[in-house]
Design a protein around this ligand. Structure first.
Ligand code: CDP
Length: 221
């Protein structure tokens, strides 16, 4: 089997660490494609709710995940041609995504779809298992994290900035619960692989984090 020459930068990390923003900016700077793998789990949770399928129903969710018509276009997300960008970003779908993501049936159904994003000239992919499962041969692997308090503060400010109601203590509790569920599940838990570079953004701005990733990539190119 010959190695895939298209470079991948895998950025994994816990919720609200800023990895999505960093990954998108890195992709823009390099002219690479971008995969927001978390969006796929959010879409499955959303579609399940629409179809009255419980987030605990592994078999039905796996079948549902295989049948979805998902399209990403100009920053928007479409499911079976309906615009769902805002709907899948809700806190309810954040929780739903982390519940449906524990099922191997769902993860398997999304595996090939995620790999199809690997297109020339390159891909920046963010999620929980980009380095450990989906793109094990990524050219650069980054584990992007920050303290749970700083992440809760960022999420709080993001919600307030959008004019939405937000409760810091509740956000902190939700993040702690999701961290636990994402790192303790048996299917593709969130881990830092031994070959990943740690990027702690507790005391770094988004721009500094982007610079860090670009410098690390330049170093190995
Ligand atoms: O933005 P945030 O980090 O809060 O969430 P996300 O990246 O959109 O991911 C939502 C949920 O999907 C996570 O809590 C994970 O449980 C799950 N997920 C996963 O299991 N594997 C991935 N590659 C990406 C997300």
């Amino acid at each position: 089997m010959s190695a895939n020459p298209i470079p991948v930068i895998a950025i994994d990390g816990p919720s609200a660490s800023g990895k999505g923003t960093v990954a998108q900016l890195v992709a823009e700077k390099l002219g690479f494609h971008y995969l927001d793998s978390g969006a796929l789990y959010r879409i499955v949770a959303f579609a399940a709710q629409q179809n009255n399928i419980a987030w605990s129903h592994a078999e039905a969710l796996g079948k549902l995940a295989e049948s979805l018509q998902i399209r990403f276009k100009e920053g928007e997300i479409y499911l079976n041609n309906a615009l769902i960008t805002e709907a899948v970003r809700s806190e309810e779908m954040s929780r739903g995504a982390s519940e449906v993501a524990v099922h191997p049936q769902v993860r398997d159904a999304l595996f090939a779809l995620q790999q199809s994003f690997r297109q020339s000239p390159g891909l920046v992919a963010d999620g929980r298992d980009m380095a450990s499962v989906v793109f094990t041969d990524a050219k650069l692997k980054i584990f992007l994290t920050a303290s749970v308090e700083v992440r809760a503060e960022r999420r709080y400010k993001q919600l307030i900035g959008k004019g939405l109601a937000a409760d810091y203590a509740q956000i902190l509790r939700d993040l702690q619960q999701r961290d636990l569920r994402d790192s303790q599940r048996s299917a593709a838990p969130l881990i830092q692989t031994p070959d990943a570079v740690l990027l702690d953004t507790t005391h770094r701005t988004i721009d500094q984090a982007v610079e860090f990733v670009l410098a690390a990539y330049k170093n190995i190119s």
